[in-house]
Design a protein around this ligand. Structure first.
Ligand code: SAH
Ligand code: SF4
Length: 356
């Protein structure tokens, strides 16, 4: 027996040729995309503009993958963490962060990660496998469905009833699963699909430099770069990716992206770790790197974990660091992670059942 294909893994061109081979017009692909992503149907019967024979053929040859919601945690600050089970029983985490004016979904792009950053819990599991395009998209689809059915309720301070923003900052390195990420972005931002404006989608990278340019050329989404240190010695110690792609190259490419695509947001993420990257000298080096560019920095107080020896910078250090940046006209924001009480914060995601 031939295995059925998951329609959510097919690109637009593949869907078109699927229908063409059946002697059906190309526009069936567009109709199908609408059913899959906009209407989010779960059975072929619901595809009422397809003939019975098309629906029967689809039933025989294809399916639409779903996730199984294994666990859900709600933080005191309204953040929701979902643990989804995949077809092969691997699990991934997805986090919904409600704000007054937006609901941001933080999605995973891999099961685990192979980049080996020493301060990150996801790194500890290594890379188990890549997520398929369908699995990246299903995180958005399933959470939307949970919101729509009322099974998951947003806190009353949130004025929006849907996901308005997506950030690829969950488990995994998006640029290490680039083709599937690109396909997922395509359907996320397509009009008759998930319909998110590209300016509301952000990809975060630890610094696989050549892919920055490609992201620029192939999409219209925003870029976040996890810098986390301002000189090569420290960065190479905590982020092995810095050896093949050192800071100067990373910053150069990021600046290029930012000046070429003025409409898109570009952020540098800087996780503040006590005595690792939070000294006056670190701040001054950061100024040297960024002066004259309009790159902005998010200072993220490190989220501690019993399995990691790193500590959070003190409030004084955070403030001093930020003051040095501001005195030198480098703009920064201090970003406290949401959902820390349910381990939903940056760097706290991994794929096991949450023991709490
Ligand atoms: N792989 C991508 C996206 C996932 S990590 C990347 O590295 O950018 C998302 C963010 O969480 C990164 O900026 C990373 O530096 C940060 N992070 C990892 N561990 C953290 C921790 N314990 N506390 C705070 N931020 C952390
Ligand atoms: Fe991977 Fe990002 Fe964690 Fe580094 S910080 S190990 S790139 S998930």
């Amino acid at each position: 027996m031939i295995a059925k294909i998951d329609l959510k893994n097919l690109s637009e061109i593949e869907l078109e040729s699927y229908f063409e081979k059946k002697g059906e017009p190309k526009f069936r692909a567009q109709q199908l995309i609408r059913w899959l992503y906009k209407e989010k149907v779960s059975s072929f019967h619901e595809m009422t503009n397809f003939s019975k024979s098309v629906r029967e053929a689809l039933e025989k040859e294809a399916y639409m993958s779903r996730f199984f919601l294994k666990q859900k945690k709600i933080s005191q600050d309204g953040t929701l963490k979902f643990l989804f089970e995949l077809e092969d029983e691997e699990t991934i985490e997805t986090v919904l962060m409600p704000y007054e004016d937006r609901n941001t979904l933080c999605i995973s792009t891999q099961v685990g990660c192979r980049m080996g950053c020493t301060f990150c819990l996801t790194a500890k599991q290594g890379l188990k496998r890549q997520l398929k395009a369908s699995e990246i998209l299903n995180q958005v689809i399933e959470v939307e469905k949970l919101l729509k059915s009322g099974e998951v309720k947003l806190p009353s301070f949130s004025k929006k009833d849907k996901i308005t923003n997506v950030v690829m900052m969950g488990m995994g390195e998006a640029f290490d699963n680039f083709d599937n990420v690109l396909q997922a972005i395509h359907f996320m931002t397509k009009d008759i699909a998930l319909e998110l404006a590209p300016k509301r989608v952000t990809v975060s990278t630890s610094g696989l430099v050549p892919k920055i340019k490609e992201l620029g050329e192939k999409t219209k989404v925003n870029l976040a770069v996890s810098l986390n240190a301002s000189h090569n010695k420290t960065r190479s110690e905590i982020m092995p990716v810095n050896k093949p792609y050192p800071i100067e190259k990373l910053i150069q490419e990021t600046k290029k992206f930012s000046s070429q695509y003025k409409q898109r947001k570009v952020m540098l993420e800087y996780v503040m770790m006590k005595d690792v990257n939070d000294t006056e000298n670190d701040a001054l080096e950061l100024v040297k790197l960024l002066k004259g560019s309009n790159l902005k920095v998010n200072l993220i107080p490190f989220n501690e974990h019993s399995e990691l020896s790193f500590k959070q910078s003190s409030l004084d250090r955070l403030q001093q660091f930020q003051d040095i940046l501001h005195r030198n006209k480098v703009f920064s924001f201090i970003r406290w992670s949401k959902g820390r009480d349910v381990s939903a914060a940056c760097g706290q995601l991994r794929s096991d059942v949450i023991k709490q």
